[in-house]
Design a protein. Sequence first.
Length: 410
Amino acid sequence: KPEGATMRRFNKSTKLDNVLYDVRGPVVDEAARMEQAGMHVMKLNIGNPAPFGFRTPDEVVYDMSQQLTETEGYSASKGLFSARKAIMQYAQLKNLPNVGIEDVYTGNGVSELINLCMSALLDNGDEVLIPSPDYPLWTACVNLAGGTAVHYVCDEQSEWYPDIDDMRAKITDRTVAIVLINPNNPTGALYPPEVLQQIVDLAREHQLMIFSDEIYDRLVMDGLKHVSIASMAPDLFCVTFSGLSKSHMIAGYRIGWMVLSGNKSIAKDYIEGINMLTNMRICSNVPAQSIVQTALGGHQSVNDYIVPGGRIYEQRDYIYNALNSIPGVTAVKPKAAFYIFPKLDVEKFNITDDEQFALDLLHDKRILITRGGGFNWHEPDHFRIVYLPRIEVLKDAVDKLTDFLSYYRQ
Ligand code: PLP
């Protein structure tokens, strides 16, 4: 360093200016600090089943251990033949139209593929319609790629279904795609065919692509059936995402996929872009790809959790009833996944900043929730609870939350 020169600083890219990922944000950092200081924090913030005692089927672990030595090298960029063949069959069973093996891509979780798809698609200023509340990676990836995330509202009064009028009102000349998260994180909503049909009609009218994040498609309760929107749109170009993180409780293995379907001829150039980025990342984690066939074709242990008597089902019923019995809290009953997105009476509690609310709850009761703003929800009146912990733990959390709300800012 020449004498007298000022010290050079390294700043983050301005591309990150509009990027938010609060599921692992400042409140989580504060919880980590408290833990390091020796405090126990009850974590109701991350949708990661394994730490809560949900185990992957034994055959999946056995399969990976058997194949480990054979999966030391890179695979083809899109993935192993066996994995893609199994995913293709899964997609065909769900009636995704016009799907061959070349339309299937594996990824290091759905996360990598969401990022890849947005990077390959967007020019500066291109708009993508994203739900509010959303799983925030979608908004972050659109903004990081130079696009603009435009949020359409999901309506709490109507089971958290997308508000189609709002969606329509947000379409402009720059809109390229609609993103759907179905089943939804954070609301636990499952969209029925009538709602999906209206979205397909809108996409058709305005020539939009559809991205559908269906990572919770095997975690649906109450005897309901998940319908893939792509199955209703053979004339549109759709990309459908799913994976094993949630259904097989192996979020740490990092395996997800995407399937292109419908009218691929209109997306030839975009698919070239997707292929280029897929090649550039070489391939996704090969040991994790090697168990896809066994996982999709084998014992679906998740089915035992989502029926009456099963853990996820019973924990859902418990948390739904318990939250609704707290004065000033209301929540829509989730139909799928393992999240609930309760509403707080902000006037009663005088809440203007949901991050402060999350921090106050953390400091007072050592409970970690995620504020609604972390899901691009623009009012300070919601938060998300992950109801993966056992009922005893959830009960403890609800008791503490009830006590907290009995004195909070009153
Ligand atoms: N999409 C949604 C809606 C999610 O909730 C999550 C994880 O919580 C992901 C994608 C990321 O999943 P993966 O583990 O496959 O990267």
